[in-house]
Design a protein around this ligand. Sequence first.
Ligand SMILES: [Ca+2]
Length: 547
Amino acid sequence: MRPTSALLPLGLAGSTYAAAIKSTSASCSDLWNVAPKLLSNLEVYVAQDYAAGTNFSTPYATPAYPQAVPDMPAFCRFGAYIHTSNSSKVQFEVFLPTADDWSGRFAVVGNGGDAGGVNFPDMWAPLKTYNMAVASTDTGHNGTSGDGTFALNGPETQLDFGYRAVHLTTVYSKAIVKAYYGQAQKKSYWLGCSSGGKQGLKETQMFPEDFDGVVAGAAAQWWTHLNAQTYRVNAIVNNVNSTGYLNTTDYQLIGDLVYKQCDEQDGVKDGIITNPSACQPDLQQLSCDSPGANSTSCLNAEQIVTMYRIWSDYHKETTGDFVFPGFMHGAEGLQGFSVNGSPYGPGPDFFEYQVLNKTEVGSFSANATEMDRLIDIADATDPGMTNAINPNISSFLKHGKLLTYVGLSDGLIPTGSSIWYYEQVRKALGYPADLNDSYRLFTMPGMGHCRGGPGAFNFGGPGQRQLSLGGGSTSATFDAKHDMVLAIIDWVEKGVAPDMIIGAKYVGDDMRNGTAFERPHCVYPKQATYIGGDVNSASSFRCENIA
Ligand SMILES: [Ca+2]
């Protein structure tokens, strides 16, 4: 348990402080009546205390996040809608630890894909592990992460998804925090990955005062181009009807060869490719035309071309302009590699309902030339203001800390997207020598999209799960060297910047089985370099600039 008074000014510690809280704070049920007086366009639906040990579930959960959440601490639950226009509303909830448990910190957790739903499962760790008051929003609609039909005929709902739901949830939740505890939070944190990473970056760009610390993983920030990449790489490059189509078995074959050729380039044969850019796979020996080819497990010439195109950057067919990075070498051989010929919903749905503005449910289809045209429209109109690519985040960086991270084997959003944004910021701010003081990108070898993969992907990132559920993403050691949330807290509150985050790989990816190995994750462009000793120990690696 963290010390609960760590953030209190010394003069306010003890009984005087407790009395001060009591005189101005509201009980949980009081919030029913108090909140609407503080906040406009608010429709409260719950303000209720829960006992410690609750297995939390609610009819207000949507199909995006339907899971019950076990092992809750005692908390006050506040839930409401914000009516954002005549045709739209945003659901949000705030979970508030008891005044005795509260660390004085406030967090908002992000969503995934197109998900419309309060992310109850991800609210657990901030509340239970870090003693934070924590909020989440449905982003303005009810739907699963792969369903973009929410945008159909809904310009206001698109704006909610693009930025408004998160911002208003943050502002409203802070008012609830203040009403409940009788004082404002001392520091505010954003914790999100994927769409949650995009949401965090959008906040730094549009509302730099909302947060003091932002953790943004595998960010889907380049929404217009990412959706084009998702569609193009599946429907055009790896088209199921083409002779060059690659299925899961083909990827396994390719992945095995890639790892055979590149795993040991980093000095350790461990199923992790530390520097995928240095890996230049040669697929010719998989060709059915090569001497000694295995006729039951070989690739035709078109299939080999498909794989190289998936690895390559996406350039416009008509102009050659850069659109999006390709996938990293090594991602294709891992579970979760998404290029199966069936584009993840947010890609095609974005173009169908937000770029083409189709008014009925349909099936998006376009060739490469048409995609060029649609990308231009998407960039010009930025539907829902969803893009989160403004590189001028100096207002945020003046006071806040931005910690981003990405798996080098991300199989859903090509890793280079996170690097691209980091470089855009550097360029826009004039390559400041002190950028590292407030913005760091960690690149994590062998990690897939937000988590998973052969790498050491457990480091206290967003989306931590209870031990009874395997403890996924939970750090092996609860300190700022191993735990990303503690790292951002130290950075924001003590000015101690993280030079590395030590991640753990659990045996069978279950924390209860113990740790298989630990690895440092380094600040881009540094990378963990083996210096000798036990390969399972983080101390056998050092963060160094790679060639
Ligand atoms: Ca290796």
